[in-house]
Design a protein around this ligand. Structure first.
Ligand code: SF4
Ligand code: SF4
Length: 289
């Protein structure tokens, strides 16, 4: 009432106006366009103006700040190696469905190759939710910090392709150092476990091979001790006898249908016994080897 509030407001403005010169005098050239000057102006200690001179100065963004996703590639022997395997999970989980991927196929076999031929994100539709980065099983897509994306023609420029989306892992490490370190530690741990499993598998495989070799040798010795020519085994003798009987029976005309049936049965048994004898003989030979 009576303009007291207006006067109080003007006092604050006047105080900041005067203290801006005082702060300028205290900080000198460091007050503007330097990270510490910006940090001071954002702190409760600032006494004068606290605005930044955008776009010459920019406020730093926190590590978890997210804008448009980008694809990460590793540099292996001077070559770009995409982390993305074009599995399509990010495209499936994207709520506004603004990702689409073209899978690479082997030109000869036509079978899919685990790398994207093309990868598009319509950044006008992307709502910066970060689901794609959360769900990617290969840490291949992450949320960028770059928010200066204004263009004159959004239809031409705002569908980002793979070339535009791809950035090196070193860039990711620079904008999200804590996340990068955590993920690398997990990756190193997984690789160590895999190597240990492989080593264990090789040792186990060696032991298994030795055990198998021992068993094989024992079987071989047993087979050698018991081995008889196939023709001398009881089954083979049986088979030979039955076959002879069947042949004999088949020579003369069967006197009745009952005899004919018996002859057929004898021949079938003889064939079966001969097969068994042959199998036994093969097994004995295999065990001996
Ligand atoms: S970015 Fe990740 S989730 Fe998306 S297709 Fe590539 S590997 Fe799969
Ligand atoms: S940030 Fe969200 S909306 Fe944008 S591409 Fe990823 S999942 Fe889709």
């Amino acid at each position: 009432m009576y303009g007291k509030g207006i006067w109080e407001g003007l006092k604050v403005t006047l105080k900041h106006f005067i203290m801006s010169y005082v702060d300028d005098f205290r900080w000198g050239r460091k007050r503007y366009y330097t990270p510490e000057g910006i940090a001071h102006r954002r702190s409760p200690d600032t006494a004068g103006i606290f605005t930044v001179q955008y776009p010459d100065e920019k406020l730093p963004v926190p590590e978890e700040f997210r804008f448009i996703p980008f694809l990460i590639y590793d540099e292996v022997d001077g070559q770009q190696k995409d982390r993305c395997t074009s599995c399509g999970i990010c495209a499936k989980v994207c709520p506004p469905q603004c990702i689409w991927i073209v899978q690479t196929n082997d030109p000869e076999t036509g079978r899919p190759i685990p790398e994207p031929q093309e990868f598009f994100i319509d950044i006008d539709i992307c709502m910066n939710c970060g689901f794609c980065a959360e769900f990617c099983p290969f840490d291949a897509i992450k949320m960028d910090h770059d928010y200066e994306l204004s263009v004159y023609d959004r239809h031409e420029n705002n569908i980002f392709n793979k070339a535009r989306l791809s950035k090196p892992a070193s860039y990711y490490a620079s904008i999200r150092p804590t996340n990068y370190e955590r993920e690398e530690a997990i990756r190193r741990e997984k690789e160590a476990k895999k190597a240990a499993r492989k080593g264990g598998g090789a040792r186990g495989g060696g032991a298994r091979a030795r055990r198998a070799a021992g068993k094989g040798a024992a079987r071989g010795r047993a087979a050698q001790a018991q081995a008889k020519p196939a023709a001398e085994t009881p089954a083979a003798q049986d088979a030979a006898a039955q076959a002879a009987a069947a042949t004999e029976a088949a020579k003369g005309k069967p006197s009745s249908s009952e005899e004919a049936r018996k002859a057929r049965l004898a021949r079938a048994r003889a064939r079966q016994a001969a097969r068994r004898a042959q199998q036994q003989s093969d097994q004995d030979e295999g065990g001996g080897e």
